[in-house]
Each structure stands twice: as C-alpha cells, then as structure tokens.
Design a protein around this ligand. Structure first.
Ligand SMILES: [Zn+2]
Length: 404
C-alpha cells in the first residue's frame, strides 16, 4: 500500500472505537507458518467464549471467524512484508453488528502481534509511513558545523565539518598580519567546504527536500548566509536562521525543537501554493481538472501532476457489472447510498446492471496518483485554501501534465 493511502487508512482506523475490547489487530510476519496462525485464531475463538458480556463475545467471535475466512479466501498468500489485518464491529449503534475487515500489505516487514482491544493497534504501521519530505538543519559557528536531514520526528547526521583555522591568539614568532591572513584562508576553506556539503545533501535529497534551517550560536551563520557561499537555488530553500547553544548533535535537537513553527508554516505555505496554482489554472482554463469524475478520469489516464485532496473529502466508486454481456462500468458519488439506489443501464446492451462493489474513491485516487508519480497534497480543511477546495471544488482537484 502506498504511503498516502496508508496514512489515510490509519486516520480512518484510529477513529474507530469498540464499545468493549472487541477490535482485533493481527500482524503476521512474512512467511509465517499458516498452521500456527490458524491454530492461534482457533484458540482465541474458543477463549472468547468465556467473555461475560454477550455482545462483546459475539463481536469478538464474529471478527475472529471473519479473519480466518479471509486468510482461507486468499489461500494464506501473504504479501512480501507480511500481512496486517484489522477486524471488528464498527457499528456505533447498540445491538447492531457491522463487522469490517481491513487488510493491509505493510511497506516494511512486521513482527507477530495479536491484540484485542477497544481501539486498533496502529503504532507499528504509523512508524512505517515514510515522510515524503525532508528538511535540512545546519548548525554552525566559526569552528565547526553539523548537517542533519530531518524526516518526521527523526534525523540523520549526514556530515560534520571542522575548521582548520588556528585559535584567535597566535603563538609568538610569526607576524600578526601573516597569522591573520592564514586564519582567513582557513576560515574561507571551512565555509566553502560547508557550502559544498550542504549543496551535496540538497542534491541527494532532490525534490523531497522542503527547506533548510540554518542554526548555531553567534553571528557566523549570518555571515555565511550573507556572503555568497551558497548557490541561489540552495539559498532559496532556507526557511529561517535561528539561534542554538550548540553546533553538535545537541544543536540539531535544539534547532529541531525551535524550528517546529517554521516547519509547520512552511508546510502550510506549500499547501497554499499548490491550491493557488490549481485555482490559477482553473481561472485561465489551463492545466486543471476538477469535479470528481474528471479528476478520477485524469488519474486513470496518468495525466495528473499534482493531486489536491481536502482531508475531509468523501467519495465512493461503485462498480457495476452487466449480467448479460459482462460489460463493467464505474459510477462516482459523494454518498454510497446513491450508488446502491442508482439504476445503471448497460452502455453495450441496455440491460440493468448489477452493483458489484463500492469502494473508497478518495483512497483509490491517492493510490493512482502515487502509482503514476503525481504529488499528493492533503489539504487541511481548517485553512483558507482547504475551504476553497472543499466549497468550490468538492474537495478534490488536480493540476495535470496535459489536457485530454
Ligand atoms: Zn450488457
């Protein structure tokens, strides 16, 4: 499963609350023996028979049965990183049973976990969702510098650079002028080397690099910024210059803490730019698609460059099959009920078609976007841009590479 689709599913699952401890999370490692999993599930099923609360007992047993049936149905063919299954009663109405099963092919190998709780156990999956963006933090003073690449809440130190300039107080022997000159040369070498390392990190990260924070004690960082050590395309990525007490790893952590607001604002700015770009294209009748059907179609054709989705957008796709001639068609709707009620005539023979399945269209769209190399922006509905996207365009829009 692709990252954005997985993130969306995690968001959906974390909002589900069981009325008792009845939501099952099962993580099956790759190549884990079928017999072991099946006998564990059978055991749990009979243990669940001892649950005092009748509704909880019924729901847990139904969920376990559903998991076992699912594993049989796929003939226990596990994806390469193993399989994660979430299953339980998601109905919030007392007495009503709506057992749902959510299978996930994890992006990284999983270890075996079985949980039955009032929420789904999502932590291992959360940790696997790779951030699609990186930030660079550089801490520096006149003597040394550290470069780190920040991914979500973690960072990697990518380089440490030290100046070879001698201390400010020179030993006797040489003239003060000559000493100063040597210091300047060494200082210039140090800043050049630092600029090179920053540029290299910038190039390695590519488009995923969303910004750079320059940090450290004292005025050296400002001097470095103001003189022309960094090429313009790198300089443009600098989001802020902030003070920290250290230039080593402690400094990186300090900067990460102090830069949180800057980084959050930068993400909001990026979202805003994407929505503005989209609206600009709409206004001039250029490279934009909007309306659920048009965006869906553009994604299918692999024409989408940037997909914008409001975090609260909802859409469903119904897949209909003609019983007479086998023709298949898809219909989109904001409300799944509409799809259930729809009378769809076969475009080929005119017979009434049958609804085969209803799926989450937003999830499908994100997946198609990622499979075709489009950038996906999940726009918060709390921002002005999110409002524009929600109200004006029904929550989805796309900037396309070309018009059909
Ligand atoms: Zn037909």
């Amino acid at each position: 499963m692709e990252d954005a689709a997985l993130k969306r599913l995690i968001r959906e699952l974390e909002n589900i609350r069981g009325t008792g401890t009845q939501l099952i999370s099962l993580y099956i490692p790759p190549k884990y023996p079928r017999g072991d999993i099946m006998s564990m599930l059978t055991d749990e099923h009979s243990k669940a028979g001892n649950i005092k609360d009748k509704t909880t007992r019924k729901n847990v047993q139904a969920a376990l049965a559903k998991i076992m049936n699912y594993l049989k149905a796929i003939d226990y063919k596990l994806p390469e990183n193993g399989l994660v299954v979430f299953c339980g009663n998601i109905s919030q109405k007392p007495g009503e049973q709506d057992i749902r099963l959510y299978p996930v092919a994890p992006p990284m190998p999983v270890s075996k976990i079985y949980r039955c709780d009032s929420t789904f156990y999502l932590d291992p999956l959360r940790e696997m969702v790779k951030p699609t963006e990186y930030y660079m933090i550089v801490t520096m003073d006149g003597k040394e510098a550290t470069i780190a690449l920040v991914k979500g809440n973690t960072y990697d130190i990518v380089a440490r650079i030290r100046s070879l300039a001698p201390g400010k107080h020179h030993a006797g022997g040489q003239s003060a002028r000559r000493f100063e000159r040597l210091r300047e040369i060494a200082d210039n070498e140090y800043l050049k080397k630092l600029a090179e390392e920053i540029k290299k990190t910038f190039e390695d990260a590519g488009d995923a690099l969303k910004g750079i924070i320059l940090a450290g004690p004292g005025p050296k960082k400002n001097e470095f910024y103001n003189k022309d050590y960094l090429p313009n395309n790198v300089k443009e990525k600098i989001l802020g210059i902030i003070d920290t007490g250290y230039t080593n790893e402690y400094g990186i952590r300090e900067a990460l803490e102090n830069a949180k607001d800057i980084l959050r604002d930068a993400e909001i700015v990026r979202q805003k730019q994407a929505v503005d770009r989209f609206i600009g294209e709409v206004i001039k009748g250029g490279l934009a698609e909007y309306g659920l059907e048009n965006v869906y179609e553009a994604l299918k054709e692999g024409r989408v460059d940037t997909l914008l989705v409001s975090e609260d957008a909802e859409a469903w796709v119904g897949k209909y099959v003609c019983q007479k001639c086998g023709t298949e068609v898809e219909r989109l709707a904001k409300d799944p009920e509409e799809l259930k009620k729809a009378e769809v005539a076969c475009p080929n023979c005119g017979a009434t078609m049958q609804l085969d399945v209803i799926e989450d269209a937003i999830e499908e769209m994100i997946e198609m976007a990622e499979n075709t190399g489009a950038e996906v922006f999940m726009i918060s509905p709390e921002t002005e841009e999110g409002q524009k996207l929600s109200r004006g365009f029904g929550g989805v829009g796309a900037i396309v590479r070309y018009k059909a």
